[in-house]
Design a protein around this ligand. Structure first.
Ligand SMILES: Cc1cc2nc3c(=O)[nH]c(=O)nc-3n(C[C@H](O)[C@H](O)[C@H](O)COP(=O)(O)OP(=O)(O)OC[C@H]3O[C@@H](n4cnc5c(N)ncnc54)[C@H](O)[C@@H]3O)c2cc1C
Length: 422
């Protein structure tokens, strides 16, 4: 073990996001003398905004193979760390520390408190128990090597932090205001690692149609979204949509953003919303007739909200070009047909994908062939460990990103702590 020299640590973790906190806590739990260096004033700034502040802490899929199928071609790399620490260990970790969890649709797991703060509290307490020395307001400027060895991390102030092992957990480049500004990519490139150019992934979609802005804040479940290019259907998904002032977001949109981005390379893309995917147009027309019948002496503008949320109702009437003052008894078959068509095929024209500033994750990062996934150790520098968003691993929305942080953090923490004893 390293001596008690103030500046000679067993393990130095750079970056106090979820992956760094987990790695630091784990190495300390095993008896290592650990320092955590975070450039912000507070740890886990991004963690606290995850899941809209509720933190989708993991995905409830317990079968490792099923879970890893979501990571596409990267499953072959991930099998080894996930056989050491997977969803059941994550749940046990948080539950046994007093954070109860609940499972929501698509197996998304959240703290019962509905607050990301609960997750943060568990991690900080984990580190406190292991006596991790936490240095916030401590931006690392670069890392120094000697041959195949990481020698030190240099703070912006010029001070050197030396340690037997280093864990880089500086995240990707999405939402840079949280501290994830890609610093680790720069250092790792400088010392010879291959880093795939980070690009926005899981990103909201910006929409041209001005009416979308009027719906800002509206969220709807069980909507069928179909992407079209040159009026040819490309793919469909059913899920949740959230309208924003610039377009659409929410988990389903984030998950389709990659495919939309690919289609945009070849031309314009439209997204059609089917607001009633469970029934066909005939059935919907019958339901509309019933609503009109029940409100026969009311005006259309006061009636459509019986079928769809009120904000959407006025937008739909505007799009239909039917006079909103028309009494329901005067709505003819032709007008109903127009309304049904809009309810089943509400078209939006895609302007583009929003940028890194709005992305949930970055696709890109350190090439996986340069990491030994049994330990999360760099294949270039045996005393360097890489965890969390710094790795080039694409994945969908649904708790998979944080599970990746818990797994890689635990595995790196375990092996970084072991290596100082050897
Ligand atoms: C809006 C939003 C919602 C999300 N919701 C979810 C969700 O519900 N579920 C889910 O699974 N995933 C979610 N994610 C993704 C998830 O937050 C990330 O995958 C995760 O935070 C990555 O953790 P990390 O520790 O690798 O990096 P980060 O969380 O990016 O942390 C990196 C840390 O390193 C620090 N740092 C950077 N450079 C330096 C430096 N030079 N010196 C010292 N410190 C430095 C940063 O300040 C930061 O604290 C969400 C992301 C966003 C943006």
């Amino acid at each position: 073990m390293a001596g008690k020299d103030k500046n000679n640590w067993d393990v130095a973790v750079i970056g106090g996001g979820p992956a760094g906190m987990m790695a630091a806590g784990r190495a300390a739990e095993l008896g290592a003398k650990v320092i955590l260096l975070e450039k912000n004033e507070n740890l886990g700034k991004k963690l606290l905004i995850t899941g809209g502040g509720r933190c989708n802490v993991t995905n409830g899929e317990q079968d490792v193979r099923q879970l890893l199928s979501k990571f596409k071609d990267n499953d072959k790399f991930l099998f080894s760390p996930f056989s050491q620490w997977a969803v059941s260990q994550t749940l046990e970790f948080f539950n046994s520390r007093g954070m109860e969890t609940k499972v929501e649709p698509e197996q998304r797991v959240f703290p019962k408190s509905n607050s990301a703060q609960s997750v943060w509290d568990v991690l900080v307490e984990y580190m406190r128990q292991g006596k991790v020395e936490i240095h916030s307001n401590s931006p690392i400027n670069d890392i120094l090597t000697h041959g195949e060895h990481i020698q030190a991390a240099r703070l912006l102030s010029g001070e050197l932090i030396t340690a037997n092992s280093f864990v880089i957990a500086t995240g990707g480049t999405s939402r840079p205001e949280t501290g994830s500004t890609g610093d680790g990519f720069k250092w790792l490139k400088n010392i010879g690692h291959s880093v795939k150019e980070p690009r926005a992934s899981l990103v909201p979609i910006s929409i041209r149609n001005p009416w979308v802005k009027d719906l800002s804040g509206l969220s709807m479940n069980e909507i069928k979204l179909t992407a079209f290019q040159s009026n040819v259907k490309q793919f469909s998904v059913i899920g949740k949509i959230l309208f924003t002032h610039r377009g659409v977001s929410g988990p389903t949109i984030l998950n389709m953003s990659h495919e939309i981005g690919e289609l945009l390379k070849y031309g314009d893309v439209d997204i059609s919303l089917d607001l009633f995917p469970q029934i066909d147009s005939g059935q919907l027309d019958r339901e509309l007739q019933e609503v009109l019948q029940d409100n026969i002496n009311k005006r259309l503008k006061n009636t459509m909200k019986n079928l769809v949320p009120a904000t959407l109702a006025s937008t739909l009437i505007e799009l239909s070009e039917i006079d909103p003052e028309t009494p329901c008894h005067s709505i003819k078959r032709e007008s109903r047909k127009i309304l049904v068509k809009i309810l089943k095929d509400l078209r939006m024209s895609v302007k583009g994908l929003l940028g890194l500033d709005k992305a949930v994750i970055t696709s890109g990062g350190v090439e996986l062939t340069e990491v030994d996934f049994k330990s999360m150790r760099s294949r270039l520098y045996p005393n360097l460990y890489l965890v969390g968003d710094i790795l080039n691993i694409d994945r969908p929305s649904g708790g998979y990103s944080l599970q990746l942080c818990w797994t890689t953090g635990q595995v790196a923490g375990t092996h970084a702590a072991e290596s100082f004893a050897n």
